[in-house]
Design a binder for this molecule. Structure first.
Ligand SMILES: [Zn+2]
Length: 141
């Protein structure tokens, strides 16, 4: 921490070292060099996986529908994709619920409550989408 400049980047006056390694400027109130690895670390997690998992069940439902509609021969495959999509939809709902609750939710036991609420909503939405995409494969026409 000794290599960190002791001069305020805003007003060039001397910084005061506070407890916990936090430096602040007594003149302009600048606060810098927040200790690394705080709770902020988990908030910076990449949302890429979240978005992929969020749309995967809907994508599988669409795939199930399209494959099942292509011909009578591929209808079984469409059904299989729909059945695979159900546990995947549940798993992705769980991941997305925890991710959202950690990022935007309150702390403590309310966070767990939010996870359950989001899981219920996301799982319901996913199952409706998968059901709608997969159901035509089960009808005999
Ligand atoms: Zn300053």
């Amino acid at each position: 921490m000794d290599d960190v400049p002791q001069i305020c980047p805003r007003c060039q006056s001397r910084l005061t070292l506070l407890q916990g390694g936090l430096r602040c400027c007594p003149k302009c109130g600048f606060e810098g060099d927040t200790p690394k690895g705080g709770p902020e670390e988990s908030r910076r997690r990449s949302p890429t996986l979240f978005w992929i998992l969020l749309v995967t069940p809907a994508f599988l439902a669409l795939l199930s529908f399209l494959v099942g509609r292509t011909s009578d021969k591929t209808r079984g495959l469409g059904m299989a994709i729909g059945l695979i999509a159900l546990p995947i939809g549940l798993a992705s709902s769980l991941y997305c619920s925890i991710w959202l609750a950690r990022r935007f939710g309150p702390s403590g036991s309310l966070n767990l409550l939010m996870v359950f609420f989001l899981l219920f909503v996301l799982a319901a939405v996913n199952f409706v989408i998968i059901g709608a995409g997969c159901a035509p494969n089960f009808t005999i026409d």
